[in-house]
Design a protein around this ligand. Structure first.
Ligand SMILES: [Fe+2]
Length: 364
């Protein structure tokens, strides 16, 4: 998905047929018709569009996440107008920072500076108030610090801002709307975690209980949850062919990701079974949910983290900039995910180390 924070390579495996659907296998054996439907869904990676106002929404949500790693939510209660207002404010804010950075570089050049590192430092100095720090990783990531997709040789053309609450640097130059949006997204995420709790099987519940935990919801951390505002600028000669990769294939590292749908199609997920990419349903004003590697690990692959990517769709106009605003819900640092990977903090460090190697030494 275009909020491709914390991507990387991870183990991916499909669970055996029937070992899903959120109840212990002994409680109910799927009918032949249901078994066929599940096999077809898995085969085609058919992501469910879940109307949150309808009965059975939680069950449908869980089933889709267990089968495909994704679900699309409609009637989720978050106003699109709020999201658009946040986009408008952050776009202007980040474009301003970008302009300051480039102006400082140009001034340094006029003064005779030619060393690329010195020019970069001059640009960063001009925006140091919000420049990302290398401990908390909050703040602004200018285009010359943007991540490099795995397997790519150049940085993605984007810049972004990491918000953490309550202790991250919240820009003075914007209203409190992004905070309001984060609170709403967090509340939605919390509700979805209680839904996921309903879908845990007895094996996973027993595993959690062994660590003194009664539910997934107990293990999530608001302070570690990342709200990322991204701006992909348009640029001269933006002639990306339809089908070209906007975000390389990856899996998210965190528990679950909430992503307001973009202005056009393009999000796809990968089926290892038939080695094909499938479109995630495009529903205007929806919020797309996907499982990350941490939840997959915690639930012993009962909920799966699926490889996904963003391609440029044929309907996407040339030369348009766009915004994206994923919320990456994370686990508490001390939450034990599995014997294999240890705690959430240990696992995150391991994954960030891998990422840093791919990003020319720049951690994300
Ligand atoms: Fe992603």
């Amino acid at each position: 998905m275009d909020g491709k924070c914390f991507y990387g390579v991870s183990q991916f495996m499909m669970r055996p047929l029937f070992a899903c659907f959120g109840e212990t296998p002994s409680l109910s054996k799927p009918s032949d018709k249901e078994a066929l439907r599940r096999a077809e869904m898995r085969q085609k990676m058919m992501v469910a569009t879940v109307d949150m106002s309808k009965p059975g929404a939680a069950e449908q949500f869980n089933r889709s996440l267990q089968e495909t790693g994704f679900a699309v939510l409609v009637n989720h209660g978050i106003q699109r107008s709020l999201i658009e207002e946040v986009y408008s404010e952050f776009k202007a804010f980040m474009k301003g920072l970008d302009a300051q950075r480039l102006e400082a570089q140009a001034t340094a050049k006029i003064r005779g500076e030619s060393d690329p590192d010195a020019l970069q430092a001059a640009g960063h100095k001009a925006i140091e108030k919000y420049l990302r720090n290398t401990t908390r990783f909050d703040g602004y990531f200018p285009m010359d610090l943007a991540e490099t997709a795995k397997g790519a040789s150049v940085r993605d053309i984007k810049h972004y801002y990491h918000l953490y609450f309550p202790d991250g640097r919240y820009p003075e130059d914007v209203s409190d709307k992004a905070q309001v949006m984060f609170e709403q997204m967090w509340d939605l995420g919390l509700k979805l975690c209680t839904w996921i709790d309903l879908g845990l099987n007895e094996t996973v519940k027993a595993k959690l209980a062994k660590n003194g935990i009664n539910s997934l919801t107990e293990t999530i951390s608001k302070e570690r949850t990342l709200f990322r505002l991204l701006h992909y600028p348009s640029y001269e000669g933006d002639k990306v062919e339809a089908g070209a990769i906007r975000a390389a294939a990856h899996e998210d590292i965190n528990y679950i990701t909430l992503l307001p749908v973009g202005s056009s199609r393009g999000l796809q997920l990968y089926s290892k079974q038939d080695e094909q990419w499938y479109d995630v349903p495009f529903e205007p004003e929806s919020i797309i949910i996907n499982i990350g590697d941490m939840l997959q690990e915690l639930t012993d692959f009962h909920y799966i983290s699926t490889t996904h990517r963003v391609i440029k769709s044929a309907e996407e106009p040339e030369g348009m900039d766009r915004m994206s605003s994923p919320v990456f819900i994370h686990a508490k640092a001390e939450a034990v995910l599995s014997d294999r990977v240890g705690t959430a903090a240990e696992y995150l460090n391991q994954r960030l180390t891998e990422l840093a190697k791919n990003n020319r030494g720049e951690k994300k």
